[in-house]
Ligand binder design. Structure first.
Ligand SMILES: [Zn+2]
Ligand SMILES: [Zn+2]
Length: 411
């Protein structure tokens, strides 16, 4: 939970939800209830996605309360989710909305941020001062959504994400080449009687990967094997279909599941078990969090050199996914939650298909906006440090703020 105690003396007038990944959405039912009169603004796709994500999170927390004895879970009730759903006020992209109060006015505009369906950057103008929040952003276009469409007029304060500040871009990098490398890795594994595990976020990555599979399938470039997907990702497919039909903001249709013959991931494999037939497991969580489908499937596949694990997104170093990426072939890998230890025989591959902008693009975006102050958010300390050094070197007069957690800052 965020440290809401720091803002308990204030009543909030407006809450902006940039997108529905849980690091942004997860505590919204709680703060919304504490501020019953606040306007809660988000994009239309996010309004449709938020309840699904929260209901899933609620179910996971209930299970964790029972299995792990975490007494404070769930952090909110299902009726709090319902109450929140009614209050989410959809904002179109690129159209300002003005809020007046006591003779003062605040103008808010949402802009498409790429990253994931519904993701938004927001600009706030108050007394001729303009603040721009990037939220999580990807400038490059994906199959399911377009890239960010941010304004490039100057602003006074820029609040910017820095997720990839510590990631150097590979020379001659191309997303299309990475997608093709992923395809050949999958095909090679299947042709050599192995199975493929791709740990993914249920929101965004899974639907993007399904779109690749669908393209390859149509072009006869993917062997026909069962594709297993975990529950939340499949249920989000319905919402993606609805968003696609209602808004045209994303390109995704439910029928892809049928055409690919996707099967729900129901029965978890036992540690060390060889699946009955070779298959593709496109399952969450993306970082192989303990006891998720990707974690238990890894425990089944890791000990066999025919199999491959393909990571397609960021893994925190402290998660099982991060630890597996840091290991070497033939090291022993401990699945702590299963009390199972096995040597790494499967191939471990990583593909750069990130949902976050690379650091050079974000840097040049910041330089174009030429703000008086930049506030760095959402990255590890090393990632924020890189942006701090680059921005200071480029524009010594700009105030660069690398805010410590829990401290109010003055811009
Ligand atoms: Zn995100
Ligand atoms: Zn995020």
């Amino acid at each position: 939970m965020p440290q809401f105690s720091l803002i308990e003396d204030y009543s909030l007038d407006i809450i902006l939800l940039t997108h529905c990944h849980l690091d942004h959405l997860g505590a919204l039912p709680v703060i919304a209830e504490r501020n019953p009169n606040a306007h809660i603004l988000t994009s239309l796709p996010s309004k449709l996605l938020a309840p699904r994500m929260l209901y899933n999170s609620h179910a996971v927390m209930k299970r964790q309360r029972d299995e792990l004895g975490i007494k404070e879970y769930p952090l909110y009730t299902s009726s709090q989710i319902d109450a929140l759903e009614k209050r989410l006020s959809p904002m179109p992209f690129d159209k300002p909305r003005i809020f007046d109060d006591k003779g003062e006015s605040l103008e808010i505009t949402f802009y498409q941020a790429g990253h994931v369906a519904g993701a938004s950057g927001c600009s706030l103008t108050y007394k001729h001062r303009k603040i721009f929040f990037t939220g999580d952003v990807l400038f490059e276009k994906q199959r399911v959504i377009s890239g960010a469409n941010f304004p490039e007029q100057p602003c006074d304060t820029l609040v910017m994400e820095t997720t990839r500040g510590n990631t150097e871009l590979t020379p001659n990098y191309s997303r299309e080449d990475e997608i093709e490398r992923l395809r050949t890795t999958i095909v090679h594994t299947l042709e050599h009687e192995g199975s493929v595990l791709i740990p993914v976020f249920a929101l965004g990555r899974m639907q993007e990967l399904l779109t690749f599979f669908h393209e390859w399938n149509k072009a006869n470039k993917l062997p026909k094997v069962p594709i297993f997907c975990s529950g939340l990702g499949i249920s989000l497919v319905d919402t993606f279909d609805e968003i696609s039909r209602k808004t045209g903001l994303i390109h995704f249709r439910r029928k892809i599941l049928h055409e690919l013959g996707v099967k729900p991931f129901r029965k978890r494999l036992k540690a060390g078990e060889t699946p009955d037939e070779k298959a593709i497991y496109l399952v969450s969580s993306g970082m192989m969090t303990e006891n998720t489908p990707s974690y238990t499937t890894a425990a089944a596949l890791l000990g066999n050199h025919h199999n491959t694990v393909c990571f397609v997104g960021y893994c925190d170093p402290d998660t099982p996914g991060g630890k597996l990426l840091a290991s070497q072939q033939n090291d022993n890998f401990l699945f702590e939650a299963l009390d199972y230890n096995c040597p790494i025989r499967a191939h471990i591959e990583q593909f750069d298909l990130s949902g976050h902008a690379n650091r050079e693009e974000l840097l040049s975006f910041a330089q174009k906006l030429d703000p008086r102050a930049v506030v760095l958010t959402h990255g590890d300390p090393e990632a924020r440090d890189w942006f701090f050094d680059e921005l200071i070197a480029y524009s010594p007069k700009t105030k660069i703020i690398n805010p410590p957690p829990g401290i109010a800052i003055d811009v």
